[in-house]
Design a protein around this ligand. Structure first.
Ligand SMILES: [Zn+2]
Length: 250
């Protein structure tokens, strides 16, 4: 009797597994900005939010096509505004194994160029405060800022919060960040700004290994052109995909 009961249960499990293949890994891809927040805007009029979305969507499709067992979640699939905290909430609600936030850089210096990949951290935090402040400042465009509990993205003092944190995901974040940066520098031959640490709210609040990729400078004429081109985006998608593949297969 016992055996028959077990067999019955087992058959049920098997059937449900066949119906819903086991999703062993979840990657959340976050296209920065959106809606009334365009992000950085280039001289040609290219908007960061559009580049980020195009790359995020293509990357998501490529991972889904090649790895059907990987659950791919995009924080946004259209041109909509999404609060910063909500992006991290999406990662946490889906129990993400990896969070990739896609952004495009900008600087006063029009010659600034190259790719950099950020992980959460406080090493040389002051050096990267400008980029963190710019990306975190998005929260100022949100209606309800109570979720940030008094954190002011434009105040240096607020960043003490990051010095108090414990980052248990740092090792794996670093592994993935280095794989991404390798692609930008090796395959894509972009100027190497390196893997850096900075105080990004989305990374702080995502409970998993996470990186924020700054694909290139929209404020640099040549780089804006490259980022806007089909080949440029395809190259970035392939590069981040290869990095994902290496990380996933470890
Ligand atoms: Zn951005």
């Amino acid at each position: 009797m016992q055996t028959r009961k077990w067999m019955k249960t087992c058959r049920c499990c098997l059937l449900s597994l066949l119906a819903f293949p086991l999703m062993s890994f979840t990657v959340v891809i976050d296209a920065g900005h959106g809606g009334h927040d365009a992000g950085a805007i280039g001289k040609m009029g290219v908007k960061e939010k559009d580049l980020n979305l195009a790359v995020a969507k293509q990357l998501g499709s490529k991972i889904s096509a090649q790895y059907p067992n990987v659950k791919v979640v995009l924080t946004r699939e259209t041109d909509v505004f999404l609060p910063l905290q909500q992006r991290a909430d999406i990662a946490n609600k889906n129990h993400a194994d990896l969070f990739i936030s896609i952004h495009t850089n900008a600087a006063e210096n029009r010659n600034a160029c190259g790719a950099e990949t950020f992980i959460l951290g406080t090493e040389r935090m002051e050096d990267n405060l400008d980029v963190a402040m710019r990306e975190n400042a998005v929260m100022k465009l949100e209606e309800d800022q109570t979720v940030y509990q008094g954190f002011d993205p434009n105040s240096v003092e607020s960043y003490i919060l990051f010095e108090l944190m414990q980052n248990q995901y740092m090792d794996n974040s670093l592994v993935f960040a280095e794989l991404v940066q390798e692609q930008f520098v090796g395959t894509l031959q972009r100027a190497n700004r390196g893997v850096r640490q900075a105080a990004f709210w989305v990374l702080l609040k995502s409970a998993c290994p996470s990186v924020l990729v700054e694909m290139g400078f929209i404020s640099n004429a040549a780089e804006e052109k490259w980022l806007a081109s089909t080949e440029g985006k395809k190259g970035i998608v392939n590069g981040i995909f290869d990095a994902f593949e290496k990380y996933y297969k470890r």
